[in-house]
Design a protein around this ligand. Structure first.
Ligand SMILES: [Zn+2]
Length: 89
């Protein structure tokens, strides 16, 4: 539903694409969670999920691969790191 709304709002969509590209370039296309160099499936993730009031600004966004983004979903940033660490141990 939200994706549809963004598509209808061209200016907002373009601003988001620009911000998304900025975050990916800033982070060198390296996934924040698994440190993988992304060549495809590049996404950006909200450190504080939008569902918990996180904003879509530079301070709250990080480059993230699609598998990590899907796995994290709206999990809290630190909870997700704990989860990753426990899985790696
Ligand atoms: Zn990742």
């Amino acid at each position: 539903m939200e994706a549809l709304l963004i598509l209808f709002d061209k200016k907002r969509y373009e601003a988001w694409q620009k911000l998304r590209k900025y975050i990916l370039l800033r982070d060198g296309y390296i996934c924040h969670y698994c440190r993988m160099q992304m060549t495809s499936m590049c996404t950006v993730d909200h450190i504080i999920p939008r569902s918990r009031g996180g904003r879509s600004d530079k301070k709250n966004l990080i480059a993230c691969c699609l598998p990590c983004n899907r796995a994290k979903s709206d999990t809290d940033y630190f909870d997700y790191f704990d989860y990753k660490l426990k899985r790696a141990a």
